[in-house]
Design a binder for this molecule. Sequence first.
Ligand SMILES: Nc1ncnc2c1ncn2[C@@H]1O[C@H](COP(=O)(O)OP(=O)(O)OP(=O)(O)O)[C@@H](O)[C@H]1O
Ligand SMILES: [Mg+2]
Length: 562
Amino acid sequence: MKDKPLRRSGIKVMAGLIALLGSLAYIMILAVFNGSLGFISAMGVTVLGAVGVAKALGENIAMSYGLIIGLAVGCGVLRGLLRYFEQYSNHFIAFKLLATLRDKIFKALRRLCPAKLESKKKGSIIAMITSDIETLEVFYAHTVSPICIAVLVSLAAAVFVGIVASPYLALVAVVGYLTIGIALPLISSKLLKRGGVEYRRSFSLFNAYFMDSIKGIKDIIYHNAGEERKKQVDRKSDELLDLAYGMKKNIVNASAVTELAVSLFIIISLFVGVVLYTQDMISIGAMIVAVVAIFGSFGPVIAISALPGNLTQTFASGDRVLDLIEEQPAVLPIENAKDMHFSSLEIKDLTFGYDKNIAVLKDIDMCARKGEIVGIVGESGCGKSTLLKLLLRFWQKDGGSIEYGGEDIEHINTRSLLKNVTMVSQSTYLFDDTVEENLRLAKPDATIEEMQDACKKASVHDLIMSLPNGYHSKVGLSGDNLSAGEKQRIGLARAFLSGSKLILLDEPTSNVDSINEGIILRSLAEHRKDNCIILVSHRLSTMAIADRVYTIKDGRIRESKN
Ligand SMILES: Nc1ncnc2c1ncn2[C@@H]1O[C@H](COP(=O)(O)OP(=O)(O)OP(=O)(O)O)[C@@H](O)[C@H]1O
Ligand SMILES: [Mg+2]
């Protein structure tokens, strides 16, 4: 992932995340309503206590002690109930939204694939699906409604103090709320922002590095690089720990300052109350009730001041998630265009580069028809696999045309294209499932006979039958129970099974011995009758079966054999 600052401001991230609420907004309103009333009930307990004290001091209060105690108990019970409903609504929204967000991320990834997964570090996508989403749970469950609750409760408390005691005391309370709820959080969020963003970025890079290490563990062991890699993991983990430590330290400092400010404002309101009382502007009872009300009303704004530590992380997570959801794919799928039935492929002046300034392929001309096997050779890195991927429209060509039966690839429905054209890539991925299920990827409703036929053609049937459970044998994680050549042959069987008319084979026999290669090539030769095969290979023995061979060199293509 690029080392970049947040693309959006905190407000924009918040707005973007709230926009995702959709129809859940009304539950959020319910949560805010319950939360505010809950806090007011909590304040009610202490304020009623103060009312009792005021009555004892001779204040004229039209409530019996019994009623005051009864109301205080009622407020306490209500507080519990309202808190329950508030938390219930918040978490209902949070978890519902997490599911929706995960769904959106997977949809975004599906849209962005395969280009996205070729370039983006998988670790950072995994970090996004796991920890970023968890961070957003904090936003929905513990951020939005506390802010609304703080505004409502502070307003109610200020109005109450203004009415029962004095507007001056209400003013002290309002200044206190603004300082603790807005000024201090803004200052500390500025101070904490960089740390939060840095932490999340390092966390995602660490994840990517760790995932990479796990994936490459075999090569690490072969090269005896375990100690070195472990040192790197330790070093990165220490760096991450340092960042976390620094961030936590800042959060603790910020919360200490907040507590100090709260104490300060309580002392100020007490001082102002005493002054007002000595000036005969309010009674002793009103002063006690007002100061106790102010004292009890800081809870919601303190909750806000505790947010910035989380918020900076939330913004960083939200920014990345919103980025991914809004990202435009390298290639958009084509719908509502034409369907195709493969008969011929004609490529003219095709130009393409991953980086728009550096062309990997230039002015490529080639053709392939039904019944043909067309070979492609060239040095490693010359663009053979790239050319095959362009035939599947995994990437958008920069210039020229790729026509199937006279129709440009840009006007053919993606679904239809993928039904007609299939590819066996240089490394076949097998899922941690049975051989049968792995084959079904190519044709979900395939019969066992069809599967066996495809496997015979790919010279892998005998091997499968020798496994303990035949076609029901598990291939292990990433097909680890099979050799590279065996996996390759299962990939080939998938291609035969798919029924696609144009089969693109990227080094189909690179890991196969000459006996099995012979069987595969014979199958390909038989298969060509009503299909077309484009074959990439380094081996001359493989190219012998091709009707025509093209060579790619320096990005250009030429036909080398008829
Ligand atoms: N996703 C990608 N993003 C950027 N560059 C890429 C990407 N995939 C391949 N390339 C580059 O494009 C060039 C052509 O790569 P390609 O995989 O097509 O080569 P190839 O001919 O298939 O090589 P090999 O015989 O080793 O498989 C290479 O320089 C490679 O580094
Ligand atoms: Mg290749």
